[in-house]
Design a protein around this ligand. Structure first.
Ligand code: SAM
Ligand code: SF4
Length: 472
């Protein structure tokens, strides 16, 4: 470990304490019911309280956890699901993470970084599908400097196709230093995501060989602290489930969220909980693979522990799992996902995708239109909203929950407007029909008055006058 890099950093993960909480906490109905009440009043849970929920194994206890998570999700987020797509910029990587199809020792991986011209093509393909929100993804390599990342962000924002434009660019890249974060922030990024992979130090060392940049656990653990110092208050954390005991990772994520909230007054904007997927050249024997049953439990417990943090479930998961788990607290999903470098344009041109360029296999291979239709028939509002961030309602995430009526006034109405834009510009006939049915159902739920009248006027403008991007 490079001690220079770790000097002055904070280790807020006490492995022994988390381990004993997992082993010594027993299921107790009186205790977990009190905790569920606390969750319903939208208060974040402590690490100990989270451990008490993890200890619940009885069918009735689990049912109570699922029911409460479902109710909390509805009361905090309503029925919106935000949609995005990942865009892989380059898969050169100097790390050797044992679970990843991009790791340097894998000679069969075809390496490529999108040229400007290729990036523009990818962005246009995504815009032509109807996407408005992207997350740009990079391997860890000297090529992918903060200046390069900032360049790709600006190019993405600057690329338009017809009515299409990308309105929010998030990043998933190697942790940067404070100056680096300042550079990418200046390019107008939304969330900067870094996943710790595993919070368990011994396991971390096992999967990240010591002669690689990523082997420095504390440099990565404090990635979000440096991001905040660099001016980014929109932070995404995550763990890669399957490397170690999933209960330990949940406690790690909650400890991380508490650390950020306590130190900076801002909790993480999002938490991701990818499960390891089969990857090119991956022959991992995973003693800690997470079953579907435990996966559902971990999502529900995360929802209860961090009520104000968005939960992201990616297309690594299959349609069936997404269908089942979404209602327990997921607020964002990706759709129409292609992981091959240049994959969106290839899809458009009918070229076959190649596994040698993918980081791992996608579980949900449906198109954006199919995913939207599925959400609509399940009574979710698919949303491409980026309003708060763009009109300067800063601290958006906090306001979304702290101000009574905020969701009704802004989130639901903006979600319906962005849905109408999608239906007019990109959807299939079938999806359009389902989409307008949902909009009618949502309008029927709203009380008569100026807010509803104004929304109906704007929906009319989108439908009949071709007006776009009219947000609240
Ligand atoms: N290279 C940067 C890093 O490692 O932080 C950022 C991009 S990396 C491509 C994004 C994330 O993909 C990793 O943080 C890891 O959690 C996840 N990942 C890697 N291999 C995976 C696999 N086989 N299945 C599922 N997720 C995987
Ligand atoms: Fe590289 Fe990230 Fe894959 Fe590790 S997870 S090999 S750092 S791309």
């Amino acid at each position: 470990m490079n001690t220079e890099l770790t000097k002055g950093f904070v280790d807020f993960i006490d492995d022994n304490r988390l381990q004993s909480l997992i082993h010594d906490t027993k299921e107790d109905p009186a205790v977990y019911r009190e905790i569920l009440k606390k969750s319903l009043s939208k208060q974040p849970l402590t690490v100990e309280e989270t451990a008490a929920l993890l200890a619940v194994e009885s069918p009735e206890g689990l049912n109570e956890i699922f029911e409460t998570a479902r109710e909390l999700k509805r009361s905090v987020y309503g029925n919106r699901i935000v949609l995005f797509a990942p865009l892989y910029i380059g898969n050169y990587c100097t790390n050797d993470c044992q679970y990843c199809g991009f790791r340097r020792s894998l000679r069969t991986t075809v390496r490529h970084t999108l040229s400007d011209e290729e990036l523009v093509k990818e962005v246009k393909s995504l815009e032509d599908e109807g996407h408005k929100r992207l997350i740009l993804v990079y391997g860890e390599h000297a090529k992918y400097t903060p200046e390069f990342i900032a360049h790709t962000v600006k190019l993405t924002y600057g690329t338009k196709s017809g009515n299409g434009e990308i309105r929010r660019v998030n990043i998933n890249a190697a942790p940067l230093d404070i100056e680096g974060y300042k550079t990418v922030k200046a390019a107008g990024i939304g969330t900067f995501q870094v996943f710790q992979e595993t919070y368990h130090k011994e396991t971390y060392a096992k999967y990240h060989p010591h002669n690689t940049q990523k082997s420095n656990y504390l440099w990565r653990l404090n990635a979000m602290d440096r991001a905040f110092e660099g001016g980014i208050d929109d932070m995404g954390i995550g763990a890669l489930f399957g490397l170690y005991d999933w209960r330990f990772e949940v406690l790690g994520l909650v400890s991380h969220a508490i650390h950020l909230q306590k130190t900076y007054g801002v909790g993480p904007h999002t938490i991701s909980f990818p499960r390891i997927q089969p990857a090119n050249g991956l022959d991992l024997n995973l003693p800690y693979a997470v079953s579907d049953k435990d996966f559902k439990k971990l999502v529900a417990i995360l929802r209860l522990a961090v009520p104000y943090t968005g939960l992201i479930m990616t297309a690594r998961e299959s349609k069936a799992i997404r269908d089942e788990v979404m209602e327990f607290g997921v607020s964002q999903i990706d759709a129409g996902t292609k992981l091959e470098i240049g994959g969106y344009n290839k899809e458009r041109e009918g070229v076959e995708q190649s596994i040698e360029e993918e980081q791992f296999q996608v579980g949900d291979t449906r198109s954006l239109d199919e995913v939207i239709r599925w959400l609509l028939t399940r009574d979710y509002i698919p949303s491409f909203c980026t309003a708060c961030y763009r009109v300067g309602r800063t601290g958006e995430h906090f306001m979304e929950f702290a101000i009574p009526g905020f969701i009704k006034r802004f989130c639901t109405r903006n979600a319906l407007l962005t849905l109408a834009e999608y239906l007019e510009d990109y959807s299939s006939d079938l999806t359009k029909e389902e989409g307008y049915k949902l909009i009618d159902r949502e309008l029927a739920k709203m009380p008569e008055g100026d807010e509803k009248k104004s929304l109906m006027e704007r929906l009319g403008k989108i439908r009949n006058d071709g007006t776009r991007d009219i947000l609240y």
